[in-house]
Design a protein around this ligand. Structure first.
Ligand SMILES: NC(=O)c1ccc[n+]([C@@H]2O[C@H](COP(=O)([O-])OP(=O)(O)OC[C@H]3O[C@@H](n4cnc5c(N)ncnc54)[C@H](OP(=O)(O)O)[C@@H]3O)[C@@H](O)[C@H]2O)c1
Length: 270
């Protein structure tokens, strides 16, 4: 692609995106510019990915057309202060920072709010993107291409971001808990810990791939595994007795509500 990407903040999430962008060759190393207050982060990115560090935010803005805000929420004011984003596409991955608040800080320019998740670090992320009225289709295509370099991405109305946070944002933690529980269960049944963990994690990975690749409803796939009077239906019956599905639904609801209330607290900040 013929545009330069500038990262304001070069921590874990920025590095995941840089790694993905270079792996899929969306851009060359010379097209990625990063700025961070931590010099060691820039040295690391130079050593590992061959990125040329810049000395200031202003230099980054001068060299890049697409700017990715990848700092923590509490640093957003200092990183944006005094900058003019006219003519830029600004993409924020800052959790809880709404498009309206970002517009007050960055101005009336094309803005994309993205909610990625941690599996982006291994190229299997899930990101939701929302945009303001200044974003063209070409801008949106650029933003989607960036997040698709580290997994999957789709565009959603911003009103759905609390639900996204509760599901795919917090979701990896639920899945880790499930994998841990499966592995513990294997150990209880006599398997070695490492074996149980491998069986559990690969089973989750494979099942997720089955859902995505087949396009089938998960219930159809589940029915195919559960033979009459077999082992699987015996296990499923226990999960149903214990309210497995209702518990997951309540967990996502609780996380979404928490995201909503955190958003209100943050919007009260300056
Ligand atoms: N990690 C995830 O999975 C994930 C998922 C969804 C959304 N996000 C969002 O992504 C954003 C970045 O997360 P992260 O995990 O990558 O954080 P991180 O590893 O802490 O990276 C942020 C980097 O920005 C630096 N920084 C702070 N103030 C700065 C400034 N004024 N100018 C330039 N650089 C500055 C930080 O330095 P210091 O450490 O010295 O402050 C740090 O090196 C957060 O807003 C988070 O909500 C992350």
């Amino acid at each position: 692609m013929e545009f330069n990407i500038g990262f304001l903040g070069a921590g874990a999430m920025a590095e995941a995106l840089i790694d993905g962008l270079l792996k899929v060759r969306l851009v060359a190393p010379a097209q990625i510019i990063a700025y961070d207050i931590r010099r060691e982060r820039l040295q690391h990115l130079q050593q590992v990915y061959g990125l040329e560090p810049v000395a200031s935010r202003e230099e980054l803005l001068h060299k890049a057309e697409v700017i990715i805000l990848a700092v923590k929420h509490q640093n957003i004011h200092e990183v944006l202060s005094g900058l003019n984003f006219k003519g830029k596409l600004v993409i924020s991955i800052v959790a809880g920072l709404t498009l309206a608040r970002l517009a007050r800080l960055a101005g009336e320019v094309p803005l994309v709010r993205a909610m990625p998740n941690t599996p982006s670090l291994v190229g299997e992320g899930m990101a939701a993107l929302a945009k303001n009225e200044y974003v063209s289709q070409a801008d949106l295509d650029k933003a989607l291409a960036i997040f698709r370099s580290v997994g999957q991405a789709l565009v959603l109305p911003e009103e759905q971001f609390d639900a996204v946070t509760g599901l795919s944002g917090s979701g990896p933690a639920y899945v880790y808990l499930f994998i841990e529980a499966l592995a513990d269960a294997g150990v209880k049944q006599g398997l070695a810990r490492q074996v149980a963990l491998q069986l559990a994690a690969q089973t989750v990975l494979g099942s997720a791939r089955m859902v995505l690749a087949s396009g089938e409803h998960p219930a159809v796939l589940k029915d195919r595994v559960a033979s009459p009077a077999g082992t699987t239906i015996a296990g499923l019956a226990v999960l149903e007795e214990q309210g497995f599905r209702g518990t997951i639904m309540r967990a996502v609801e609780a996380a979404s509500l928490r995201s909503q209330s955190l958003g209100k607290e943050k919007s009260l900040c300056k």
